[in-house]
Design a protein around this ligand. Structure first.
Ligand code: AMP
Length: 214
């Protein structure tokens, strides 16, 4: 049976970096709800503006809006053999909606927790930079680009610091994670669909743990 891989972890745990690597090396599509919401920035609609405001504050977008974009994206041809969800589900309602979607798509769900100690998360989040062209993620402390402030693949592009990677939004995002998303780890564990990797350490080491599990 084809699989939906669900990566669960606090903001800054490195889910996005790993999901992108899995996409690159294993050809499994990476679906990041956060990336999709960020892409809406260029749209001049009331909904797009509302989404940007909520994101900047560190709160969650409504379950129904989020479900709509997940449904639309995962219904495309490239997802038919399975895909990786990075940043979804984040609430109990979303987990329930995903069960239905998985059943409709005849896929099974495999959840993987990416665990990183809280002290490390702050540094990772505040040091994070990304390329506005290709989305490649860097970190000024742990994964600096070859030339300061420039993407390795798009040297014309200046790396950007996410609007919600400031201390106030990070605190809200971590609290939201503890309250709403962390309980999903137990949820998947109870149904024997949870594996766990340590998100601390070298990028390649973490990748190899994930690669073996998937
Ligand atoms: P991320 O890039 O995954 O950290 O997501 C950035 C922001 O996008 C979050 O802080 C939320 O505002 C929004 N977002 C991303 N995924 C979801 C989701 N599954 N449910 C609700 N809001 C989300």
């Amino acid at each position: 049976m084809n699989k939906i891989i669900v990566l669960i972890g606090a903001p800054g745990a490195g889910k996005g970096t790993q999901a992108r690597l899995l996409q690159e090396r294993r050809g499994i599509p990476q679906i990041s709800t956060g990336d999709m919401f960020r892409e809406m920035k260029t749209l001049e609609t009331p909904l797009a503006r509302e989404v940007q405001e909520i994101m900047a504050s560190g709160k969650l977008i409504s379950d129904d809006i989020t479900y709509r974009i997940v449904l639309e994206r995962t219904s495309r041809e490239d997802c038919k053999n399975g895909y990786i969800l990075d940043g979804y589900p984040r609430t109990a309602v979303q987990a329930e909606q995903l069960e239905q979607l998985a059943a409709e798509q005849s896929m099974e769900i495999q959840a993987i927790e990416v665990d990183v100690p809280r002290e490390e998360l702050m540094r990772r989040l505040t040091g994070r930079r990304s390329c506005p062209v290709c989305g490649e993620i860097y970190n000024i402390y742990s994964k600096p680009p070859k030339a300061e402030g420039r993407c390795d693949h798009h040297t014309e592009a200046e790396l950007v610091h996410r609007a919600d990677d400031n201390e106030a939004s990070v605190a809200t995002r971590l609290a939201t994670y503890d309250e709403q998303t962390k309980p999903l780890i137990d949820y998947y564990e109870r149904s024997s669909r949870l594996a766990k990797v340590s998100g601390s350490g070298e990028l390649e080491e973490i990748y190899s743990q994930l690669d073996k599990l998937i």
